[in-house]
Design a protein around this ligand. Structure first.
Ligand code: AMP
Ligand code: MG
Length: 513
């Protein structure tokens, strides 16, 4: 790998703490602290993403690169660092946070000039680790590695994953926070993104009253990551906020399209570029349920439930607006932009649903149809993904009971079946009035509705296998997730087996990672 080409431009642009000191502390007035990964003597490779490595300019992996993958024995050109950010967690101001177990190796530029940041997750403590150890366990690392790539291949904006390796060191975790700590194998993922900047970076500068730094960070972000902004002077900050709103809304629509629930949408987990970031207690949704949250910590309030992700991102954007107000200095503008978010989001959301149904566009009368659909899905406990896959193949004489029962998590009794029949009738007549051909309509459905989603139970099985030294499932899931709009393995196109309904680490996940 071309590790020697990694540089750290961020370090030259902004003030930082260069002490390389992992002691937990506040680092006011700086955006980062240099820090070296802990270093692990016996790393073991689990997976490496060759295509991504070539694409970002890191080239081919050789045996000698293994140390780099866990952050050991780094060459001199790598001055690694962790960034400081803040955030609102579960609705409350949490003060300074920061990369607690993420360490940036720096940035690499590929042959076309594209720049990519490279980051270890789980490679050791930083000044921002608070009381934790900066390590990561195998299960959370596998989940990040596979799911970020699955999202990429689904065409959802996301950070990506380059490698997954055992550190050779055990870490202790109390998975369900119930006083039962146990040792687990430690692992490190290298993840990549154009930038890992979050809403929280801007919130931190605002909270510290560092308005000059806040503006510098805005200038840097606009110049490097927002080519769509062509305005200059003061207008560019307004355009920036509008663009962040649009990117965030578009991302939420994509999450709704594929049925992704993030689980911890705190402002420190919101990418300023509109990427899916920080894969923790997330889940793909099996049975459609607007109240579904995979995160046990979120269960009392269900703040981060599937159906709330639009509203919550709006709330998070409101916090970002607060942080940017000293620079934008126009409350009326921020308020109206935030109001427009709701309008933009819902329209984009409904248009996306219409595509899933194969409609020619969104009509006024479709709104009732879509609301009705949500009710049916929830009441009949239909599998979000399988439902749309089945819909593609439906004909007027399909036996609905036989056809949809394998996609339902409850028995389709007479009453439920009648509701489904009425709904399918409405659907058929809406299709009849399409101004596009049946072929075009089917094409829309096939490109909008994935055939394969990385369900939690599959991840659970894969993690079990890797823990036992086997990688067949990993290989197979990687193939499936790289081709989500095809059905490579029919055994993955079924609903979640009932024995996984109540499995901890599968149906419910904690933040312990
Ligand atoms: P999360 O809610 O998972 O995004 O984490 C919130 C904060 O806790 C972030 O600043 C993380 O960097 C930090 N954090 C989470 N797990 C660890 C860990 N094992 N070691 C150090 N910091 C952590
Ligand atoms: Mg986080």
């Amino acid at each position: 790998m071309n590790i020697e080409n990694i540089g750290q431009p961020f370090l030259k642009k902004f003030p930082g703490d260069f002490s390389n000191n992992p002691t937990q502390r506040n680092t006011p007035k700086v955006l980062f602290a240099t820090i070296k990964p802990a270093g692990f003597d016996h790393p073991q490779l689990i997976a490496f993403n060759e295509t991504l490595s070539e694409e970002i300019g890191l080239g081919k992996f050789e045996e000698k690169d293994l140390n780099f993958l866990v952050g050991s024995q780094l060459p001199d050109n790598i001055q690694s660092y962790a960034t400081a950010y803040a955030g609102h967690q579960f609705g409350n101001w949490a003060g300074q946070l920061g990369d607690g177990r993420a360490i940036l190796a720096g940035e690499i530029t590929n042959a076309t000039g594209k720049k990519t940041e490279i980051q270890w997750k789980g490679a050791g403590a930083t000044p921002y680790s608070r009381r934790a150890d900066g390590r990561a366990v195998l299960r959370s690392s596998v989940r990040e590695y596979l799911m970020s790539e699955a999202m990429y291949h689904l065409s959802v904006p996301t950070t990506r994953a380059l490698s997954l390796a055992f550190t050779g060191e055990d870490v202790i975790r109390d998975i369900m926070y119930n006083g039962n700590p146990r040792y687990e194998k430690g692992a490190v993922v290298i993840r990549t993104a154009e930038s890992f900047l979050r809403f929280g970076h801007f919130e931190l500068m605002f909270a510290q009253g560092e308005h000059k730094l806040l503006q510098d960070l805005l200038d840097f972000t606009i110049e490097n990551y927002f080519p769509e902004i062509v305005s200059s002077d003061h207008q560019k900050y307004k355009d920036f906020f509008e663009n962040v709103c649009i990117r965030t809304a578009d991302l939420m629509v994509e999450w709704f399209r594929v049925g992704f629930v993030h689980g911890v949408m705190n402002t420190d987990n919101m990418s300023i570029l509109g990427l899916t970031i920080d894969y923790g207690p997330y889940s793909m949704m099996d049975e459609y349920n607007l109240n579904f949250t995979p995160n046990t910590t979120d269960l009392p309030g269900r703040r981060y439930a599937f159906g709330k992700q639009g509203q919550i991102s709006h709330w998070n954007l409101w916090k970002l607006a607060n942080a940017l107000q000293p620079i934008i200095n126009d409350e009326k503008f921020l308020e109206s932009t935030l109001n427009n978010f709701g309008v933009y989001f819902w329209e984009a959301h409904d248009k996306m649903l219409c595509k899933k149904f194969g409609f020619d566009g969104l009509r006024k009368e479709d709104e009732d149809f879509l609301t009705n659909w949500q009710g049916i899905m929830q009441e009949l406990e239909l599998d979000h993904t399988l439902f749309f896959n089945q819909l593609e193949k439906i004909t007027p004489d399909t036996d609905l009971k036989e056809y949809f029962s394998p996609a339902a998590y409850t028995v389709l009794n007479e009453e439920k079946l009648r509701k489904l029949e009425d709904f399918i009738d409405q659907y058929q007549s809406r299709l009849q009035s399409n101004t596009i051909s049946r072929e075009e309509s089917l094409e829309l459905m096939k490109t909008t509705n994935p055939k394969f989603i990385l369900r939690n139970y599959l991840l659970y099985q894969c993690i079990e296998e890797i823990s036992n030294g086997k990688t067949e499932m990993l290989t197979k899931l990687t193939q499936a997730l790289e081709n989500p709009y095809q059905e490579l393995f029919p055994e993955f196109s079924v609903k979640r087996p009932s024995n996984y309904d109540d499995t901890a680490g599968c149906s419910t996940l904690s933040c312990s990672s």
